[in-house]
Design a protein around this ligand. Structure first.
Ligand SMILES: [Zn+2]
Ligand SMILES: [Zn+2]
Length: 110
């Protein structure tokens, strides 16, 4: 089942695949078919789509920290969720810049 299109390349992205990026404070989001497409998107100046968060953010009570710099996060942050089959793998970032650095380095599997 197609769930959206990659914000960068326009490829359709299945609901059980790809990456979803959310900025909860701004009610906006972006979709990516693969991690590599986050890099040019962020470098060109991020282009968001309006949209409410339709994924559960983090586990209640858990402190969010930036996956790149480890800083504790407040209300303004971005959340990247990898969809892999039934799994949802979230990573939080303090900014798109740190998401970019993280994605450039190969993400979680660097
Ligand atoms: Zn893409
Ligand atoms: Zn950071």
């Amino acid at each position: 089942m197609a769930n959206g299109e990659c914000t960068w390349c326009g490829t359709s992205v299945e609901s059980d695949d790809g990456f979803r990026l959310y900025e909860p404070a701004g009610d906006r989001k972006a979709t990516f078919c693969r991690l590599e497409h986050i890099v040019p998107w962020a470098i060109q100046g991020p282009h968001w789509e309006a949209g409410e968060l339709d994924e559960p953010p983090a586990i209640e009570g858990e402190t969010r920290t930036c996956a790149h710099c480890g800083r504790e996060l407040g209300d303004v942050h971005v959340l990247l969720v990898r969809h892999r089959g039934e799994n949802r793998i979230p990573d939080d970032f303090c900014s798109v810049d740190h998401l970019l650095e993280w994605a450039k380095a190969g993400g979680r599997w660097q």
